[in-house]
Design a protein around this ligand. Structure first.
Ligand code: C2O
Ligand code: CU
Ligand code: CU
Length: 557
């Protein structure tokens, strides 16, 4: 079926007053060059702030109740035309939240909460999917932050990580929304997956995301519904973050001289070490690692301080949607390794346990662990208290979505990217970020193999925008079973070469073109400056071709 995304955009345009004209990527008459990106004032990056006094040892464990992030409803929907459009509004603003009850923590937020609200949307392009488009208006009311005595504007850019957006809606790092500006982002909701939106401002992503600018976005489709997986209240986001809090509750941003940032408070959906009361039945968990640098090795255990054998989780999905079959992981040896920005979905069947059993989600230090930091305080994440019986009509099918394997013999080229540390910076092929340089130029429809090599020292979770990939091998060996689906983030461990394969430009059923970023998703590495870009096709417009507008020009959606 030929879908008509651009028609939908135009339809949205006709219905929506004042909406910015989304440029057609094929129309190079509208093209700008990258250097036309408007410059917001950036300021110097201050040295990290330290505090000896830290709160984490005083925070009780497994006492604060688990909570889900709030669900965001559209403020307006347009049902007519080929594809309905839902309009959402998110204000980026400073807020005070109770991470620790009784203490106020200042954050930079999407709509005032930590993490931001969850958007759940119907996607897919087959008729039965009844897929919809989204328009999300992001309004920057963050103002300024004080750095070394100067007031620096908090500029933002919003990336919906896991969506094949047009370049001008992809949160390009130089496409900044300055304070008192807003931008309408258009999202095609092309396929079902657990994805997330987060800040992507040039040089400042690690700080902005750490301060609170992250939220989950879930796309569902009809095929997924047919698998009868746990749904509704049994379909649960788990957004993992590690933070550092001073005694007065304020956030401490310490990136250890631009190396990495490790917190000593482990949070799930903004709550430190929560306790979730569950029924004896199956639950589907969507776990997102929204931490700056930390990788987690997730294992279930009946004990807080050691691993009990035989606890099972069934991995059913990864970054870009469902796997082709569940992958069973059994404690104590099989962990689910999740690096920054990765998403995995798994089912836990609590009916395997007696009432009043406690089950811990742990992050023990495995020898294989990719972390430099193995703080004992973040070795346990949360507790499930199995406290009631409830009926369960959901299933854990043997087979899930069929995954068509891309054939390496059809690749038109292999490109090599080396991730390495220089004396002062993080680099890709010895180069730092330059918005005027493009390092790869695949053509729409091309199948390519990219070889990602790590020269050692640190693990790099490499993220490539816009396309879904399959991992071919790690140092010539098969990837882990749960890495067998579609992915957009790849752990590239010390002295490892990971080969990945993709078909460019075709995900939305249409061939899209444009410039997109690739970078390490250890956000400290990304900022300093392990990031590059590739261009799909020729002469596509600049990713800055739909600039933000001043708030004074807002018209209702
Ligand atoms: Cu999740 Cu380019 O980022
Ligand atoms: Cu992305
Ligand atoms: Cu890195």
């Amino acid at each position: 079926m030929k879908l008509n995304r651009r028609e939908a955009v135009k339809l949205g345009l006709m219905g929506v007053g004042g909406l910015l004209l989304p440029f057609d990527s094929s129309n190079s008459a509208l093209a700008q060059t990258i250097s036309d990106c408007p410059e917001c004032p950036r300021g110097e990056i201050p040295p990290p702030t330290f505090s000896q006094e830290e709160l984490s040892h005083q925070i009780p464990r497994f006492e604060y109740p688990f909570k889900k992030p709030p669900l965001l409803k559209p403020i307006r929907s347009y049902e007519n035309g080929e594809r309905p459009l839902d309009c959402y509004e998110i204000t980026m603003k400073k807020a005070q939240v109770d991470i620790i009850p009784g203490l106020k923590t200042k954050i930079w937020s999407y709509n005032g909460t930590l993490p931001g609200p969850v958007i759940r949307q119907r996607g897919g392009f087959r008729d039965e999917d009844q897929g919809r488009d989204s328009l999300v208006r992001f309004i920057n009311k963050l103002g300024t932050s004080e750095e070394n005595g100067a007031e620096i504007p908090i500029n933002t850019s919003v990336h919906l990580h896991g969506m094949a957006s047009l370049p001008e809606y992809d949160g390009y790092a130089e496409d900044l929304i300055c304070p008192n500006q807003f931008k309408d982002y258009f999202y095609p909701n092309d396929r079902a997956a657990t994805i997330w939106y987060h800040d992507h401002a040039i040089d400042r992503t690690s700080r902005n995301v750490y301060m609170g600018l992250a939220g989950m976005y879930i796309v569902e489709d009809e095929e997924e519904r047919q698998f009868n997986l746990p749904q509704g209240e049994y379909d649960v986001p788990l957004i993992l973050q590690d933070l550092r809090l001073a005694d007065d509750g304020s956030l401490i941003f310490n990136d250890r001289g631009q190396r990495s940032l490790y917190g000593d408070v482990s949070l799930v959906n903004g709550v430190p070490w929560p306790c979730m009361k569950v029924a004896r039945r199956k639950y589907r968990f969507r776990v997102l690692n929204a931490s700056t640098s930390r990788t987690y090795d997730l294992v279930l255990s009946q004990k807080e301080n050691r691993l009990t054998p035989g606890e099972k989780m069934y991995v059913i999905g990864s970054d870009c949607g469902l796997l082709d079959a569940p992958v069973e992981l059994t404690s104590p040896l099989q962990a689910l390794v999740i690096a920054p920005a990765e998403r995995y979905e798994f089912i836990i069947d609590f009916s395997q346990y007696d009432l009043e059993t406690n089950l811990y989600l742990r992050n023990p230090p495995f020898s294989s662990s990719s972390n430099i930091d193995s703080d004992a305080r973040v070795q346990t994440i949360m507790r499930f208290d199995i406290e009631r019986d409830e009926p369960d009509n959901s299933s854990l099918p043997d087979k899930l979505r069929e995954i068509k394997r891309l054939d390496p013999n059809q690749a038109v080229t292999t490109r090599k990217f080396r991730f390495q540390r220089s004396s002062t910076q993080w680099l890709i092929n010895n180069k730092s970020w330059n918005k005027n340089r493009v390092d790869a130029n695949p053509q729409p429809g091309d199948i390519e193999i990219w070889e990602l090599t790590n020269n050692g020292g640190w693990m790099h979770p490499v993220h490539i925008h816009f396309v879904d990939w399959q991992i071919l091998d790690r140092n010539g060996r098969k990837p882990l079973a749960y890495e067998g689906g579609w992915k957009d983030v790849f752990r590239v461990d010390h002295f490892e070469t990971v080969r990945v394969i993709a078909e460019f430009g075709r995900r939305s059923g249409d061939y899209l073109q444009g410039r997109f970023m690739m970078h390490c998703h250890n956000l400290v590495h990304e900022d300093h400056s392990m990031m590059t870009q590739f261009e799909v096709g020729q002469n596509a417009p600049s990713p800055c071709s739909a600039p933000p507008l001043p708030i004074s020009e807002i018209t209702p959606l």
